[in-house]
Design a protein. Sequence first.
Length: 163
Amino acid sequence: MQDAKTLEANKQVVRRYKVGILNSRDVDALDEIVAADYLDHAAFPGQAPGLEGLKQRVKILFEALDPRWTIHDMVAERDIVVIRWSHTGTHRGEFLGVPATGKEFTFRGIDVYRVLAGKLAEHWNVVDALGFLQQVGGAPSPSPRAWGGRRRPTHTGCVKRLT
């Protein structure tokens, strides 16, 4: 069982990665918080394994999307940290098979990280790729009739926050 201090330290590693390192574009700082044998269960096609693969992944994101991350929720248990996040950006390069459109977007997802010995060791995620594609014109948006004449609900409209 992890004590509260360890859980908070694990959360800090994920926070540093997602909003500190990624928002500052400091790819070299990944060496400090990512295990060399990092395992990405949601790797991009052709992504190399390990730390070098993560560096490759974030460079693709930076070039294609110019994203800025926000963490909305974070939960830690044992050696796992889960975050619900969004990032805003501008579609500047090919991503998910769609050439650059120059359109602004908000991408949403949930990431699960395993943190071992103070470093990111594993990653899983679920992202709203369809929502992104609809925002940049890579997929059609449903007509208002599909939602009974109402606007499509958003993540924040579908989930009641527990207090």
